[in-house]
Design a protein. Structure first.
Lengths: 297, 326, 334
């Protein structure tokens, strides 16, 4: 009996490792995904070491009137802004904000969404109905407007921005988790786990969720990208990270005021957003192809 | 179900079920809309600061404030106020703007045509770009055309649309002067905002069209069509596309909500006087009745559009239509 | 016409599929001739290359990944191999048409069955929409479906009814050559008999030449004049129905017969051919059937046997007959 159990566990472990290995092998063959991964590592690396390279109070937010509005040159490769701050420095430092907002917002959406979705699928009945209708409600409010409403209600701060974007992107995770639970709820190994008296939360966590982990990874990767765009949008509208922090969206908002004569100010922060989101999309698409061969075209 | 007359009878039967279905869907909308209204109402009412102070000014007495509160419908608990709000909403009353003192419903319908103009043109732009591009990509799978289309779509998806709007403004309005950089002087002013919103949607729809087409291109019935002597062109644009359109229409409906979201940004960039600008300005001015009303109305619009898309869907796919008769 | 020609003449047809996981050699040098008004049974296991051969006749092998090569491909005296696409589209559905294996997926779900039959008539007989639909109604009645159902969609039909619609599409323009690719495999047994009877009837009525692709020897005996047995993309035995059924020569054909239930002795056990068809991405060097053959010798594994005339129209590709003129397969060997 015990021997058998050990064997099944071993074979399951083996299976898990081999699917991961296969996914990695698939991913490595996908040029786009590798480009995305490399770009992402560079961006994350830059965000991590930014405080070592630049001093926040002098380089990032410190004014330097004599250097204002300088077009890109060797000294300032992305030029300087209206307060004489080096735009490249601010972009590198701004990666910290964008990535943090994107990751935290998605983490909020992920945890809340999976908990609700898994519970809805597992419990079923009225609870499921209520949760799914609430999901419908949230998905019929345009997510930008939803986030705008949340930020305007809670007040402008980085944390509220994360919350707003997180709330606005929760519904898809609820759906993914619920669908995954519904697929395996009736499977015999779930029945078996229930029969030997495992608590529900443990069944969900150990037996059910691992089945949808690949979908969740893919969703999460792609969602971080859209969360970064949402955050930039809110900052652009003046509802995100408050000045003078070098958030990419708010840099674009101030660049917009000088677009006629100093177009470079609008150019570079946008490129930064695009490359970051692009790398996440490339990686997410690659992951989807690697983890879900059925979807591969 | 045989004989010559059965066909008309059959259609009629289908029709009656269609109405039943539509009515059922409309009834199902009610709890969703009440929920939407509640969520928005609740969010907007935890906003910091009592609007009464803002309206009354710093010198108002406590009695004046209380009277004002009553007048503005701000007395009572959140639930009480919510039901009062819904009651008024059913009468077509969304309250009065704190700032302009105008009827919010009137304000909303003043702006709505502009947003609808922008949104429909954006969707048209998106379809005109994405459907041909997606088909070309699918038909030439793995060729350079496919790769190029997919790279373009990926870039489109990764670009924040307001930044694209700024770039378009820079190039076509400020440098080339082909279009105005903002405002609302006739059709020409809506072109750049519509392209701004449309490109993002086009990127997504190109991917949907491609994968949907690839799915259909594998189907046996296309082989049947080719074996009949149908030209390759007609196989793709008639036999395959009719089937591929089904998932595209779904995405289209789902994306309407994002188009309205995207137009908020485009309206800000190009100073286009639509609903999005109304909301953003109202938030700046802490004009809560306007924000609440506009959000609720917009969500209702999204929901109704989704319903319409579902019905269109049934007409495109006879299999779905058949389900209503069950 | 200066030269006598047949309805179908194929020489050295080869089809391979170049995929990421290797090249699949589906058809490896098939020669086929078929006279007018004759019916040929193309027999073999799943994966023998029967359908691919048929698709190649209509130039419908998907490319990529398919690569088709042949020395000659003529239908009704016309060279299909070098034909322009426009001309090809005129030939498809008019001179040669095909009934596909699975009626469940062969019809377009978003068009009515009437539209789908009429389309072929519109293309080839240059009729207007209304006239073509009218004629489509005639076709439906001919395959035993009430005319009124022309306005219904495929999902409203049962499997057997769908196959009748597919047959109506294929016969709509009175083709000279009809290819039926396992037209009954997807259907219930009782429906199978009806559909076969219908096809036999229509074939007689229109004097159509036909290729019946099947793995069911019973159907072959019922419908065909000639038989070609395919294995691993090659024809291994070919001849008239009497020759192949009466004087079976190839061990594989024998195996197919032995796999049939014996009506005279219902308690007899089936004798299946052991083993599986070779992997078409790596075919064995010699005779592809050698690994499963009870008569195979070392020589069999060295070279692929050519198709040789045995007697009359009877051809067989088996090296046992080349080594020993008097070789006979022993029907009771297993």
């Amino acid at each position: 009996m015990k021997q058998e159990k050990l064997e099944t566990r071993a074979s399951r472990l083996y299976k898990k490792r081999s699917t991961m290995e296969m996914a990695w092998r698939q991913l490595r063959r996908n040029k786009g995904a590798i480009i995305g991964l490399v770009l992402l590592v560079i961006i994350i690396g830059a965000a991590l070491i930014a405080p070592l390279l630049f001093d926040y109070s002098t380089d990032v937010i410190g004014m330097n009137v004599r250097q204002r509005m300088k077009w890109p040159s060797l000294e300032h490769i992305c030029g300087t802004d209206e307060l004489g701050r080096d735009i490249f420095t601010r972009i590198v430092y701004g990666a910290r904000y964008s990535l943090a907002v994107g990751v935290v917002a998605v983490a909020i959406a992920l945890v809340v969404g999976i908990a609700l979705g898994a519970a809805a699928g597992y419990i079923g009945g009225l609870f499921e109905n209520v949760v799914m209708r609430i999901c419908d409600i949230f998905s019929s409010i345009p997510s930008v407007l939803m986030a705008i409403a949340v930020v305007s209600a809670l007040g402008k701060s980085t944390l509220n921005l994360m919350l707003a974007v997180g709330i606005a992107s929760t519904a898809p995770f609820v759906r993914v988790a619920r669908a995954a639970v519904l697929v395996v709820r009736g499977e015999e190994y779930v029945e078996a786990a229930r029969a030997i008296g495992q608590p529900d939360w443990k069944i969900i966590l150990v037996h059910i969720l691992p089945n949808c982990i690949s979908q969740i990874i893919v969703q999460a990767t792609l969602r971080v990208g859209s969360a970064i765009i949402s955050a930039a949008q809110l900052s652009f509208l003046g509802l995100g990270v408050p000045a003078p922090a070098p958030e990419w969206g708010s840099m674009l908002a101030s660049g917009r005021l000088y677009i006629r004569d100093y177009s470079y100010m609008t150019l570079f922060p946008g490129i930064a957003i695009m490359i970051t989101v692009l790398s996440l999309n490339l990686l997410g698409d690659g992951l989807r192809d690697a983890l879900d061969p059925k979807l591969k075209r | 179900m045989q004989g010559a007359g059965s066909c008309a009878l059959h259609l009629l039967f289908d029709g009656a079920n269609m109405y039943k279905y539509i009515i059922k869907r409309l009834l199902m909308l009610i709890p969703v809309l009440l929920g939407v209204a509640f969520v928005i109402f609740a969010i907007m009412n935890v906003a910091e600061g009592d609007p009464v102070y803002q309206v009354a000014g710093p010198d108002a007495t406590e009695e004046q404030l209380e009277a004002l509160r009553e007048e503005m419908g701000l007395n009572g608990s959140l639930i009480q106020r919510y039901f009062r709000y819904i009651g008024n909403l059913l009468k077509g009353d969304l309250g009065t703007s704190y700032i302009s003192k105008m009827d919010v419903m009137k304000l909303y319908f003043q702006r709505l045509p502009n947003t609808l103009k922008l949104a429909s043109l954006a969707m048209l732009v998106a379809v005109l770009i994405s459907v041909p591009l997606g088909i070309i990509a699918a038909v030439n799978q793995n060729s350079w055309k496919d790769t190029l289309a997919m790279i373009l779509a990926l870039i489109g998806l990764s670009m924040p649309n307001f930044w694209l709007g700024l770039l378009l403004m820079l190039l076509f309005a400020l440098k080339l002067g082909w279009f105005p950089s903002g405002g609302s002087e006739g059709f020409i002013s809506v072109v750049l905002p519509a392209v701004t919103v449309g490109v993002g949607l086009a990127a997504l729809l190109t991917r949907t069209t491609r994968s949907s087409m690839l799915d259909v291109l594998r189907q046996d019935y296309l082989r049947t069509a080719r074996a009949k002597g149908v030209t390759e062109r007609k196989v793709i644009y008639y036999h395959a596309l009719r089937n591929a359109l089904i998932p595209i229409i779904t995405i289209f409906g789902v994306q309407f909500s994002n188009v309205l979201g995207g137009s908020v940004l485009a309206e800000t960039v190009f100073a286009w006087p639509g609903v999005g600008r109304l909301v953003v300005d109202a938030i700046d001015q802490r004009d809560i009745p306007t924000v609440t009303g506009a959000l609720i109305m917009t969500t209702m619009l999204v929901t109704v559009v989704n319903l319409i898309v579902d019905i269109v869907y049934a007409y495109v796919d006879p299999r779905i239509k058949a389900q209503y008769t069950k | 016409m200066a030269e006598e020609h047949d309805i179908l003449n194929i020489e050295d047809l080869k089809v391979r599929f170049e995929t990421e996981d290797g090249t699949v050699y589906a058809v490896n040098g098939v020669n086929l001739r078929l006279g007018y008004h004759k019916t040929l049974g193309l027999v073999g296991e799943t994966g023998a290359g029967k359908t691919t051969t048929a698709l190649a006749m209509l130039r419908l092998v998907p490319d990529p990944p398919g690569v088709v090569e042949c020395k000659r491909l003529e239908i009704d005296g016309q060279d299909v191999r070098g034909m322009s696409i426009t001309k090809l589209e005129q030939v498809r559905g008019k001179d040669i048409s095909m009934i596909f294996q699975d009626p469940m997926t062969a019809l377009n779900p978003v068009f009515t069955v009437g539209q789908q039959i009429a389309e072929s008539i519109e293309i080839h007989e240059h009729l207007g929409k209304a006239e073509a639909l009218e004629k489509a109604g005639d076709m439906l009645e001919m395959v035993g479906i009430p005319r009124a159902r022309a306005n219904e969609y495929p999902h409203q039909f049962s499997g057997g009814m769908k196959q009748r619609v597919v047959i109506a599409i294929a016969l709509a323009c009175n083709p000279k050559l009809l290819i039926a690719d396992e037209p009954t495999t997807a259907l219930d047994v009782t429906i199978q008999a009806q559909v076969l009877e219908l096809m036999n009837e229509l074939k007689e009525k229109y004097d159509t030449s036909m290729i019946m692709i099947t793995h069911d020897l019973g159907i072959v005996a019922e419908v065909c004049d000639e038989v070609a047995v395919m294995y691993a993309g090659r024809i291994v035995e070919q001849g008239s129905l009497e020759e192949v059924f009466g004087k079976t020569m190839h061990p594989y054909t024998e195996g197919l017969f032995n796999s049939l239930p014996n009506i005279k002795n219902r308690t007899a056990k089936l004798k299946p051919i052991h083993g599986l068809m070779p992997d078409p991405t790596k075919l064995p060097e010699g005779c592809p059937f050698a690994p499963r053959c009870n008569y195979a010798t070392e020589d069999c594994r060295k070279a692929v046997p050519e198709l040789h005339r045995a007697s009359g129209t009877h051809m067989v590709a088996c090296s046992a007959y080349e080594r020993d003129k008097n070789f006979m397969i022993d029907r009771r060997k297993r």
